[in-house]
Design a protein around this ligand. Structure first.
Ligand SMILES: NC(=O)C1=CN([C@@H]2O[C@H](COP(=O)(O)OP(=O)(O)OC[C@H]3O[C@@H](n4cnc5c(N)ncnc54)[C@H](OP(=O)(O)O)[C@@H]3O)[C@@H](O)[C@H]2O)C=CC1
Ligand SMILES: CC(C)(CO)C(=O)C(=O)O
Length: 302
C-alpha cells in the first residue's frame, strides 16, 4: 500500500520542521506549510553532502482545507503564543499533533490549545540549521534521529519517517527520553550560546566538567519527575555530545547569532521550575538561567 494518501501540515518552517517535513514528503506524504514567512513550493535538504528537493504547498487556514493526518509544530517554545491563532482550525480527533520541541512540557503546553487532537512529543536528536527560506542542512548525531512514544497513532508516523530516511526509536517511556534529551540541552545549548562557540567547545575539559555539573545537578530533579535516569546515563550523554559534529551550532547559539529571543525557559527553566516543585536545589542551573536572561536582554536591547 502506498502512503501517498496521508497528509501533514507544518507550522514552523525552520531548521527542525523542514527536516521532518522533507522526510514525510520523501515517504510520499502530501506536505503543506501554514504561516511560512514567504510562500514555499519546495524544501531543499542537505544531508551529509547529498542535496535533495521535495515539493510542498503553502496554505492559509482561512481558506477551506482538508484536515491533515498530522500537524507538526516546530516553532521554538517561546514562539507558541504567536502561532496560537492557527491552532483551533486543526483541533480534531483525526489530526495528531506532533510537537517537535526540546524540553519536557510539550503535553502540558499544547493541552491548552487542543482538546480533541492527540498530542505527541518528539525527541529530536539531529542538528539542523536553516540556511535560507525552505533550505536546511541536517547533521546527524548518534544512532537515532527521532524518538516517539510507542502508541497506535505513532506507528504510522514512525514508519513514514523511516521510509523518509530518518532513524526512528519508539519508546514505552517517553518521559525518560524527554528528560535524557533535556539533560543534553541544559548543557550544550547554554554553554555554546554563552561562549558564542559551536558544539566543538564541548570537547574542552573545563566545559565538559561544567556540562557534567549541570546534568548531575538536574539528575535528582529528573528522577523526582518520573524519569528513570542514572549517573551512568549522564556519562552516556557526555559521550553522545562528544559525537556531535564540532562545527554544529546549537539551536540556542543559532538564535543568539540571529539576535533572536533565546529558548531557555523550556530548557534550563524547566529544570529550575521542577527543582522548586520537588524541593531540590538547582543553584548552578539557576545561575545559567540568569546568565541566559541577561545575555538575551543585551541581545534584544536595541
Ligand atoms: N535546530 C536544531 O538543531 C534542533 C532544534 N531542536 C528544537 O526544535 C524546536 C524548533 O527549533 P528550530 O527548528 O531550531 O527553530 P527555528 O527557529 O529554526 O524554526 C522555527 C521556525 O518557526 C517559524 N515561526 C515562529 N513563529 C512563527 C510565526 N508566528 N509565524 C510563522 N512562522 C513562525 C520561524 O520563522 P522565523 O525564523 O522567520 O521567525 C522559524 O522558521 C526548538 O524547540 C528547538 O529547541 C531540537 C533539536 C535540534
Ligand atoms: C543536541 C542539539 C545541540 C543538537 O543541535 C540540540 O538539541 C539543539 O541544538 O537544540
Amino acid at each position: 500500500m502506498t502512503s501517498s494518501r496521508y497528509s501533514a501540515t507544518l507550522i514552523g518552517a525552520g531548521s527542525v520542521g523542514l527536516v521532518l517535513a522533507a522526510s514525510l514528503a520523501k515517504a510520499g506524504w502530501d506536505v503543506s506549510i501554514v504561516g511560512a514567512r514567504m510562500p514555499l513550493d519546495k524544501i531543499s535538504l542537505q544531508d551529509n553532502g547529498v542535496s535533495s528537493e521535495y515539493s510542498v504547498k503553502t496554505f492559509d487556514v482561512n481558506q477551506s482545507f482538508t484536515q491533515p493526518r498530522v500537524l507538526i509544530i516546530a516553532v521554538k517554545s517561546q514562539q507558541v503564543e504567536t502561532i496560537s491563532h492557527w491552532l483551533p482550525a486543526f483541533d480534531s480527533k483525526s489530526t495528531t499533533v506532533l510537537v517537535a520541541q526540546n524540553g519536557v512540557d510539550q503535553q502540558q503546553t499544547f493541552r491548552n490549545y487542543f482538546s480533541n487532537s492527540p498530542i505527541i512529543p518528539a525527541v529530536i536528536y539531529f542538528n539542523a540549521q536553516r540556511d535560507k527560506p525552505g533550505s536546511v542542512n541536517l547533521r546527524r548525531i548518534g544512532h537515532e534521529d527521532v524518538c516517539l512514544p510507542q502508541q497506535d497513532v505513532t506507528r504510522l508516523l514512525a514508519s513514514a519517517f523511516s521510509t523518509g530516511g530518518l532513524r526512528v526509536l519508539l519508546t514505552e517511556d517517553i518521559q525518560t527520553y524527554l528528560w535524557l534529551k533535556l539533560l543534553a540541552n541544559i548543557s550544550v545549548n547554554p554553554l555554546t550560546a554563552l561562549t558564542g562557540q559551536p558544539t566543538g567547545i564541548m570537547h574542552r575539559l573545563d566545559i565538559a566538567d561544567s556540562a557534567r555539573a549541570l546534568m548531575f545537578e538536574a539528575l535528582p530533579v529528573a528522577r523526582a519527575e518520573g524519569a528513570k535516569i542514572t549517573r551512568q546515563d549522564v556519562e552516556a550523554i557526555m559521550k553522545w555530545i562528544s559525537t556531535i559534529p564540532p562545527e554544529s551550532r546549537s539551536s540556542m547559539l543559532q538564535d543568539k547569532q540571529a539576535m533572536a529571543p533565546l529558548e531557555y525557559q523550556a530548557l534550563t527553566g524547566a529544570v529550575v521550575r521542577a527543582g522548586a516543585r520537588q524541593s531540590i536545589p538547582t543553584p548552578l542551573n539557576k545561575l545559567i538561567l540568569s546568565l541566559l536572561a541577561g545575555s538575551e536582554a543585551e541581545l534584544l536591547r536595541d
